[in-house]
Design a protein around this ligand. Structure first.
Ligand SMILES: Cc1cc2nc3c(=O)[nH]c(=O)nc-3n(C[C@H](O)[C@H](O)[C@H](O)COP(=O)(O)OP(=O)(O)OC[C@H]3O[C@@H](n4cnc5c(N)ncnc54)[C@H](O)[C@@H]3O)c2cc1C
Length: 445
């Protein structure tokens, strides 16, 4: 095992290239797009991302966490904005822990630079994977400019070519390959919130900002330049939806009605709404993630999820770590076994974070402003503080630990069952801090 082809030089493909090169493999990354370090691509899609604990764990294992820390902005909690412009801050952790906001483009460029600095990694751009022979690990890449197709055969072909993966597409014709794809009713549009004229931030930099409006929401994550990348998550159809807000005037009235405090922060809001692309949100589940010892899937190619837990890339980075852990244990002379174990270990966790991410959409767009939900969080924080060995809130398990997603989700469902009767107590708002409630919870545990 010497040569590895990686189809897709996005976040996960670039990290994997670096990690495999450190292990001595010859890695060739073929990326469909032009080199983003030389050309501006994806206008209006500069989305920033949150790195959480498990993402950091993978970056630490790769030995590059310090370089990435240079380009992040920490967020210590949610700042909700109601329609009257009132803001409320809810910390993510009772221990002052934070998640890290990072520009997708800057992170991708940094990972590419780190990988390309290795003598045994090569990136070739404008190369679209158009066909794959899964039995031999051979891939065909079409050059975007010349339209010439190159055949590439390697010991292992990795599909890290994202949610619409061509490598996975080829695997779907294999016998007993499971595959499902689901578009949710909502899409998203980027709305950039610039810094003030003097360069200062217009919103609290230490928070992830949410304007929850039940059926839709606006969200803002800080950038290094004191601006924020805002994202409007909005239904495609319905009374208030992409299909009914079609003109600049309608967009202006919609924002005035729903996000009046955001309007003065974004001078060209309606222009952005009209010109920035609307993108769909997709969930992909599949199994297995390998074909024998020749082909494997990783990142969004194997598990595209909706972005409401901010875990898609983190899950992909975790794939890289788990794959290399197993590779180190079994050795590449057992690649078939390595890939079988990797696939088995990751699938149930990917399905769990897919479910958790859908659940978090409801939490973010609706529940964060709900007094019952806020009260439940308060009770959970109290129990967590007093009995950390017995109770850890689901959000903390997902964002601040490496507890497998499947285990976190199982524990979260158990916590739901315990909290249901507690929250149904008629006078819970008055007695939430009492020994009675505490004892009821302890008894259920
Ligand atoms: C709005 C939004 C917000 C998000 N927020 C977060 C967040 O806060 N935290 C988080 O962890 N995740 C987040 N995600 C998810 C995250 O963006 C993805 O999980 C992550 O980008 C997956 O990385 P990847 O490398 O697997 O795929 P991608 O980043 O999609 O990279 C795939 C690469 O493959 C290339 N490619 C595609 N097809 C081919 C082909 N046929 N041949 C060759 N190359 C090809 C593409 O050009 C691309 O460079 C968010 C996603 C969205 C949409």
């Amino acid at each position: 095992m010497k040569n590895i082809t990686i189809a897709g030089g996005g976040l996960v493909g670039s990290l994997l290239a670096y990690v495999l090169a450190k292990k001595g493999y010859q890695v060739h990354v073929y990326e469909r797009r032009p080199d983003m370090r030389k050309e501006v691509i994806d206008g209006g899609r500069s989305i920033n991302l949150v790195i959480s604990h498990r993402g950091w764990t993978s970056l630490e294992k790769a030995g590059i966490a310090e370089e990435i820390k240079e380009i992040i902005v920490p967020a210590f909690g949610r700042m909700t904005h109601d329609v009257n412009g009132d803001q409320h801050f809810y910390p993510y952790s009772i221990h002052g822990k934070s998640i890290s906001s990072v520009s997708r483009g800057e992170l991708n460029k940094k990972l590419m630079n780190l990988a390309e600095a290795m003598p045994n990694v090569k990136f070739t751009f404008n190369q679209k994977c158009v066909d794959v022979d899964v039995e031999t690990g051979t891939a065909w890449f079409e050059d975007y400019n010349t339209k010439q197709t190159t055949e590439v055969k390697a010991d292992l072909l990795v599909g890290s070519d994202g949610a619409y993966s061509a490598v996975r597409g080829k695997m779907t014709s294999l016998p007993r390959f499971n595959y499902s794809q689901q578009y949710i009713d909502h899409g998203y549009k980027e709305i950039h919130i610039p810094p003030a004229a003097d360069g200062s931030a217009q919103l609290d930099l230490k928070a992830l900002h949410i304007w929850p409006r039940k059926q839709f929401m606006l969200m803002g994550l800080a950038n290094l330049d004191n601006g924020f990348t805002g994202t409007l998550f909005f239904p495609y159809e319905g009374e208030e939806s992409f299909s009914t807000i079609e003109t600049a005037e309608q967009a202006e009235a919609f924002f005035q009605r729903n996000f009046p405090d955001a309007m003065p922060l974004i001078p060209n809001l309606t222009e952005q709404y009209m010109s920035n692309p609307t993108s769909p949100l997709l969930i992909v589940r599949c199994s297995p993630w390998n074909h024998k010892s020749k082909v494997m899937l990783i990142g969004d190619a194997s598990h595209a999820i909706v972005p409401f837990y901010g875990e898609g890339m983190n899950a992909g980075f975790e794939d890289v770590k788990i794959f290399t852990d197993i590779l180190e244990e079994l050795g590449d002379e057992n690649m078939h076994e390595v890939l079988d174990q990797y696939s088995a270990a990751r699938e149930k966790n990917a399905n769990a974070i897919a479910d958790l991410s859908l659940r978090n959409f409801i939490e973010m767009r609706d529940l964060v402003a709900d007094p019952q939900f806020i009260l439940r969080k308060k009770i959970e924080a109290k129990i967590y503080k007093k009995y950390p060995e017995k109770w850890m809130p689901l959000y903390s398990q997902v964002k601040f630990t490496n507890i497998p997603y499947f285990d976190a989700w199982t524990e979260g469902q158990r916590q739901d069952k315990i909290m249901e009767p507690i929250m149904a107590l008629p006078n819970i708002a008055q007695i939430w801090d009492s020994d009675e409630v505490e004892n009821m919870i302890l008894k259920s545990l």
